[in-house]
Ligand binder design. Structure first.
Ligand SMILES: [Zn+2]
Length: 116
């Protein structure tokens, strides 16, 4: 537990919250789920993919996400995959930032406690 004066704790926590908000404001796309890259075997007679791993088709991108309480997988284009990769990374970052924001708010509340 820090013994800094409550005023100083509050000022420092407020400054951190301001930086957290700025980092969230700087993000554009946000998406949950996972993105998987796959190579596939087509099943056509005579296609090399059946025996040669290097000849498999792809990459194909599959986006997995929770929708209405169940896991849904869908194929996306390479362009959509590029957007999703960033959006998923942003989503994780926002969750971390929200936890950090909460931590700072708790610091402020505890500093208020010690004032009495
Ligand atoms: Zn094939």
């Amino acid at each position: 537990m820090s013994h800094a004066p409550p005023e100083r704790i509050r000022t420092a926590a407020r400054a951190k919250i301001t930086r957290i908000k700025q980092r969230i404001a700087a993000l554009d796309d946000l998406c949950s789920g996972t993105l998987v890259k796959r190579w596939k075997v087509c099943g056509k007679a005579g296609c090399r993919c059946a025996h040669d791993e290097q000849a498999r088709h792809g990459p194909y991108y599959e986006w997995g996400s929770m929708q209405g309480g169940r896991q849904v997988h869908r194929m996306v284009t390479p362009q959509q995959a590029r957007v999703l990769r960033v959006a998923i990374r942003n989503h994780r970052q926002v969750r971390r930032l929200l936890r950090a924001w909460e931590t700072q708010t708790v610091r402020i509340l505890k500093a208020e406690d010690r004032r009495k």
